[in-house]
Design a protein around this ligand. Sequence first.
Ligand code: HEC
Ligand code: HEC
Length: 221
Amino acid sequence: MKTTLTLTLGLLAALASAQAIPAEMAPFAWSRGTLDLIASGDAARGAEIAQKEKCQKCHGDTGIAEDDESTNIAGQVPAYLFKQLVDYRSEVRESRDMKKAVRNLSLQEMADLSAHYAAQPPEAPAGGVEPPTMVTEGDEGRLLIGCNTCHGKNGQGLGFEVPALAGQKGAHFNETMNAFRDGDRANDRFGRMRFIASQLSGEEIAAVAAFYAAPPTEEAE
Ligand code: HEC
Ligand code: HEC
C-alpha cells in the first residue's frame, strides 16, 4: 500500500517536472511551464540572438520587414511569436525560410527572441479605412463573430495567443488567410482560423486585410 503510494507520488512528481520544462513541444502545448518559459524571455539577449541568426535579413532591423515578401513581427504578442517559432521547428507550420531560421534555436532562445520583437514598436496601419462589419460584428448567419472579439478592439492582439493584426503586411495577411482557408496553414489550435477563413470570400479577406494592413512598401503604379 505504502509502496504504491510512494510510486504514485513519484510518478506525479515526474509528470509535474516534465510539465515544468517543456522539452521538445511537438505538438505545441500550452502549460504553466510554457507560459513561465515565455515570461523568462530576455529582450536584450534576444536582440543579440537576432543579430547572430540574421533575422534582420528578412524581418528588418526592428521586426518591420523592408519589403512585402516577409512579415512584420515588431510589437507582436510574445506568446504568439514563441508558438510560431516552435511550430516552424516541428513543421506544424511550414515555411522553408523559417524552418532554416529556427533550426539551431533552443526553446530559451526562442523565448528571448519573442521578448525582443514584442518590445519593438509595431508598424502603423495605413488608416483611412472604415472597419468592415466582419471586423466589428461578424456574421451570425455564418456563425462568425467579429475579428475584433478575439484580436482586440484595435487589432492589437489579446490574451496570450491571439496575434496583433494591425500593421501586418497586406501581402502576408492575404496569403496566410488563404492558407488557413485551403488548410495549408493548419497550426491554429481548435481550427478556429481555418473555420473562419473557409467562410470568407476572397473579396471579404481582401477588405479586412486592407483595413488592418500597413501601407504597401512599393507604391502602386
Ligand atoms: C530568409 C528569410 C527569413 C529569415 C532569415 C527569417 N525569417 Fe521569419 N519569416 C520569413 C517568412 C517568409 C515568413 C512567413 C512564412 C509563412 O507564411 O509562414 C516568416 C515568418 C516568421 C514568423 C511568424 C510571423 C507571423 O506573423 O505569424 C516569426 C515569428 C518569424 N518569422 C521570426 C523570425 C526570427 C526570430 C528569425 C531569426 C531567428 C527569422 N524569422 C528569420 C522569412 C524569414
Ligand atoms: C475565436 C477567436 C478568433 C477570431 C474570431 C478570429 N481570430 Fe484570427 N486568430 C486567432 C488565433 C488564436 C490565431 C493564432 C493561430 C496560431 O496559433 O497560429 C489567429 C491568427 C490569425 C492570423 C494570422 C496572423 C499572422 O501574423 O500570421 C490572421 C491573419 C487572422 N487571425 C485574421 C483574422 C480575421 C481577419 C478574423 C475575422 C474575420 C479573425 N482572425 C477572427 C483567433 C481568432
